[in-house]
Design a protein around this ligand. Structure first.
Ligand code: HEM
Length: 454
């Protein structure tokens, strides 16, 4: 069944009626209780429902079949660039996240070597150095808001590994500051504020930060062009010397857009996961103890090495999987349909904003027993392999699955294990952990920890 609300409103699958005066109310509900509100729509309307919200129409497609369709079987029929992700173009440009077809495939091929295992290993060594330095600046007895702290460390790591800029330099700190400030434009609750333009608007402030960032990147690229091609320390160097199939080098703009995309996609996703993980184990003493034992047994006092991080700490793997099930940072996969299509008995026309939603799929009781519970033990290797394809998608899936998944997992493991080696992490009392959903799922008020002695 479909509803037609107005003559000028398109014929889309059903959903909560939202005339303009109701939009604000819906916005507040989505802000205060996003998961509960969306789950309520799922229960009322089923796996396909339309949100009409301050002029935006978005068809949510929930569950395994929808995920498989958008991510694997029919992914070419859905555009990233013309979906809601296109809103990022003023900031990150036309990189991997915001292009389709040949432009995307070419860029993915060029970037793939940056994520080969041998390079991931060298990033790991530098991540440990950066994380260790940040931990050395903490002291027993400190109270730390760990999401903010991890964001800072993650941007430092990104500045080093992606750009090859040392964070001790004023230049790198300047870059990190402007990047965070520019990105804060996307931190609002209501997507439509993004559409406002003009002097004094958030958009014009973002533009000023971009101008500063572009200047730094331009100089860095010019500088690297003068280095010999073998000297690949950072992903930026790799791009500067990369050649496409046509033998052409990438333009400044292409390099800039890919680097901004990696910075955008890579740092808050990781930081949010570390923060959620520490909040979740802080409330589950048995998980905390079990994880602490594993880290102590495997590492003792030494820092983690690559063999520890991939396969050496299986319980840490399970804890991360369960954290990403409950709080997948990139929770919404927006696209624009390029053709009419059918799903779960509904027809959806071409040129519709649609999205798959890992957050809701991960909470479906028909897939996960007791889905609200934090229970890392559910992810034994066997149980994980037995999940239906498309049931667990914190990194997306298919040809456009997250290119930085191993990079991100490694960073999370390094930060969690080093923090737990140094301190007993105690949650400060009275925290509710309300959720921010834009641009990633993160703890809106942070996660406050007291650092106790081991
Ligand atoms: C816990 C950490 C991370 C999570 C949960 C995560 C999640 C995701 C998800 C869900 C997608 C697919 C989005 C969609 O289908 O709409 C994606 C794509 C992507 N991610 Fe990640 N990500 C993480 C870390 C990283 C890191 C560290 C980097 C880079 C250094 C990165 C770079 C990218 C890029 C470039 C894409 C687009 C790939 C393409 O379209 O070919 N991500 N990520």
């Amino acid at each position: 069944m479909k509803v037609r609300l107005h003559g000028f409103i398109r014929d889309l699958p059903p959903g909560p009626t939202s005339f303009p005066h109701l939009s604000v109310d819906m916005g507040l509900r989505l802000r205060d209780n996003p998961l509960g509100t969306l789950m309520g729509y799922y229960e009322e309307y089923g796996p396909v429902f339309t949100l009409r919200f301050l002029g935006l129409e978005m068809v949510f497609l929930i569950g395994v079949e929808a995920n498989q369709m958008l991510l694997v079987s029919d992914y070419r029929d859905f555009s990233w660039e013309h979906g809601l992700l296109g809103e990022l173009i003023p900031f990150i440009g036309h990189g991997l996240l915001t292009t389709d077809d040949e432009a995307h495939d070419r860029a993915r091929k060029l970037l793939a070597p940056a994520f080969y295992p041998a390079r991931i290993k060298s990033y790991g060594e530098r991540m440990v150095e950066r994380a260790q330095a940040a931990i050395d600046a903490l002291t027993v007895g400190d109270e730390v808001e760990i999401h903010g702290w991890t964001r800072e460390v993650a941007i430092q790591i990104a500045g080093d590994v992606l750009l090859g800029m040392s964070t001790s330099e004023h230049r790198a700190a300047f870059f990190a500051e402007h990047f965070e400030q520019g990105l804060s434009y996307y931190g609002g609750y209501i997507w439509q504020t993004l559409l406002m333009r003009g002097p004094g608007s958030a958009h014009s402030r973002m533009r000023k930060h971009i101008d500063q960032l572009d200047k730094v990147i331009e100089e860095e690229i010019n500088h690297r062009r003068r280095w010999p091609p073998g000297n690949h320390r950072a992903i930026l160097d790799l791009l500067v010397h990369a050649e496409g199939d046509d033998g052409e080098r990438l333009s400044h703009k292409e390099i800039r857009d890919q680097i901004f995309t990696l910075l955008f996609a890579g740092h808050d996703t990781t930081a949010a996961t570390v923060a959620w993980l520490l909040a979740l184990i802080g409330r589950s003493p048995s998980t905390y103890r079990k994880l602490q034992d594993e880290i102590d047994d495997r590492l003792g006092d030494r820092p983690p090495e690559i063999d520890d991080l991939f396969g050496g700490m299986p319980y840490l793997d399970q804890v991360i999987k369960e954290t990403l099930r409950l709080y997948p940072p990139a929770w919404l996969g927006p696209r624009m349909s390029r053709k009419d299509f059918q799903i779960y008995g509904h027809e959806v026309p071409a040129q519709t904003n649609v999205a798959y939603c890992s957050w809701l799929t991960h909470r479906l009781p028909e897939i996960y027993e007791d889905p609200e519970a934090f229970y890392p033990e559910r992810f034994t290797d066997e149980a994980f392999r037995a999940l239906p394809p498309g049931a667990y998608v914190p990194f997306g899936r298919g040809p456009r699955t997250c290119i930085g998944a191993r990079f991100g997992e490694m960073e999370i493991k390094i930060l969690v294990s080093l923090l737990m080696q140094h301190f007993r992490l105690e949650l400060m009392p009275g925290q509710q952990f309300p959720v921010r959903t834009v641009p990633t799922i993160s703890p809106r008020e942070g996660v406050r920890l007291k650092l106790r002695p081991r």
